[in-house]
Design a protein. Sequence first.
Length: 93
Amino acid sequence: MESTGKVKKGAAGRKAGGPRKKAVTRSVKAGLQFPVGRIGRFLKKGRYAQRVGSGAPVYLAAVLEYLAAEVLELAGNAARDNKKNRIIRDMCC
C-alpha cells in the first residue's frame, strides 16, 4: 500500500487528482468525421431496439459518411462539368 496521502474522491485512478487527459471521441478512434456519439444517442432515443450494441453507431456513422462523400463527389464532378464553382440542388438529383 502506498502511504503518500489521501487520494481525492473522484480522481478516477489519478494520483491526488493530477492533470486530466484530453477526452478522445469515438469518432476520432474510428477515424470518422460523422458524430458516433450523437448517432448512438439518436438510435437509443428513437426506440429502434431495446438495446443498441456499441459497434452499431460506429458502423452507421461510417456508412452515412461514405454515402455523403459519394454524393458530394458526384455533385462536384457535375458542377465542374458545367463550369460552376458551387453545387446546387439540381446537380445531385
